[in-house]
Design a protein around this ligand. Structure first.
Ligand SMILES: Nc1nc2c(c(=O)[nH]1)N[C@H]1C(S)=C(S)[C@@H](COP(=O)(O)O)O[C@H]1N2
Ligand SMILES: [Mo]
Length: 322
């Protein structure tokens, strides 16, 4: 066998090689059909092995990359992006594993309701198989002034909106995270407005950039990234990109979001990235690149102005950037 001796203390190739090489190697392993053999032999870290064997859609990864979406920087290594997460259901520190591994992501049902032609409940595997999966390289800018760049796999949110068929009265899409105090200790902290709730206008949801994410680094999403379904809206601060979604509804009213509920003066509904508009307590002018001490200037709409600025031309009276 090719990858036979791998000692526990040796670093994984995914950490040492560029992402593209990593993806190719995975494709190669999948082609040989030896993935499960490797897992069985204990050559993969246990946690990853569990995720790989459990996921009934694993055969869909890696998905073909959509080359439209380019980065202006290197992809962040998974050892950094997968080890520095915001996931308040599990911890308010950046170390959410292994706590987040307690979440069972199968079976998983997504409820779609509100102002739609026909409300439905759909199993996650059914949903994923009905949607056009692709890989996109996206930046993510957290409101805390750090950023990363990752290869998400997912499908355009627009495809889900089309499936749901909102009525003409619908103006917003609202997405919520699961609620389960037994597995998510953070949800026992009653002063947070659980469940984590986020929303977009329907026009934003239909923008090409809005992506529903089911995987990353060429494989199904590890739990700390928000498995089995999370949002990626890269022109907005990271807190808009809600994780572990199990309810989606269409409304006429703008939803009250989780962070708005906690501190409306600091975290609003729009939350578009803008280096010229400081957070009340810190500058947003630049950002720390995850996994390094390098800082880079933050860009308007996180570098996606060309794609999304037109969405806001008639909304200048709104508090668009916080
Ligand atoms: N359900 C839920 N979704 C969430 C959060 C959270 O605490 N709970 N944190 C948000 C924040 S602040 C950020 S920056 C991103 C972080 O995503 P990552 O951990 O994949 O980098 O997830 C967002 N989605
Ligand atoms: Mo964030």
């Amino acid at each position: 066998m090719l990858i036979k001796t791998r000692r526990r203390w040796e670093i994984r190739e995914s950490e040492a090689t560029p992402e593209a090489v990593f993806t190719d190697r995975r494709r190669f392993i999948a082609a040989l059909g030896i993935g499960s053999g490797l897992i069985g032999a204990g050559l993969w870290p246990a946690r990853e092995a569990a995720a790989q064997t459990r996921d009934p859609t694993a055969d869909l990864y890696p998905a073909k990359r959509n080359e439209t979406y380019k980065l202006d920087r290197d992809v962040t290594a998974e050892k950094f992006s997968g080890d520095y997460n915001n996931y308040y259901e599990f911890s308010t520190s950046k170390t959410v594993t292994p706590a987040s591994d307690a979440l069972k992501t199968r079976p998983w049902t997504v409820k779609i309701g509100g102002l739609v032609e026909k409300p439905m409940e759909i199993g996650i595997d059914d949903l994923i198989r009905r949607m056009p999966l692709e890989e996109r390289l996206y930046r993510l800018r957290c409101v805390e002034a750090w950023s990363m760049a990752v290869p998400w796999t997912g499908f355009p949110l627009r495809a889900l909106v089309d499936l749901a068929k909102p009525t003409s009265a619908a103006k917003y899409i609202v997405m919520q995270t699961f609620q389960d105090k037994a597995t998510a200790p953070g949800q026992r902290q009653f002063w947070y407005p659980w469940p984590y709730t986020e929303g977009l206008t329907l026009e934003e949801a239909r923008n090409d950039l809005a992506l529903m994410v089911t995987g990353v680094y060429g494989k199904p999403l590890p739990n700390q990234f928000g498995a089995p379904l999370r949002l990626a809206v890269p022109w907005k601060y990271g807190f808009k990109s809600v994780k572990a979604i199990n309810a989606i509804s269409f409304t006429a009213e703008r939803p009250k979001t989780f962070w708005e509920g906690l501190q409306a003066s600091e975290y609003g509904f729009w939350a578009n990235v803008n280096p010229a508009v400081p957070h009340p307590r810190w500058s947003q002018a630049d950002e720390r690149i995850l996994g390094s001490n390098d800082r880079r200037p933050t860009l308007l709409f996180n570098g996606y102005a060309e794609e999304v600025a037109p969405l806001y031309k008639d909304l200048q009276k709104e508090r668009l950037y916080a």
